[in-house]
Design a protein around this ligand. Sequence first.
Ligand SMILES: [Zn+2]
Length: 172
Amino acid sequence: MARVRIWPDKWLTKIATPVPFGEKCRALIEAMYASMDYPDGIGLSATQIGEDKRIIVIQVPAVKNGRNVSGCTKVTIINPEIFWGRGSMVIRPEGCLSFPGAQVMVPRWPRIKVRGFDVRWNPITIGGKGLVARVLQHEIDHLNGITLDHYVRLALERGFNPIKENVNEHSQ
Ligand SMILES: [Zn+2]
């Protein structure tokens, strides 16, 4: 398990480097799942634990026909890239493991598709909607050095306060 970096740690503004094809990442990915601390945490990027690699992991409660069911959905993507997004942006509160206790209203695509590689370097395409889509976008933001403070600044420029109090969401 690794220490999750807390804002304003310099790792959180780092633009992560693509992982060379074929590089072994299994140990790092296991450390990322351990550091995410599910179910309090539902997603993590490698830069959040001080690794300069474009890798994200997410783990969210499983949903079937719009209802939570037992178990969880895990997604690991090396060198993820969003190549498709659809629908009107949805604004909802988001937490982040690097901003303990904070909840910020963030606009996200409701449906996206992401491509990249799995842990065995097979090419994969992940279609996400709802919470999965939101967490994927949050983690890919991390790889680009973008964190919740960015959305706070954007909202304040547009004249509204995006910081939510007394909401209990997961962190990513
Ligand atoms: Zn985060």
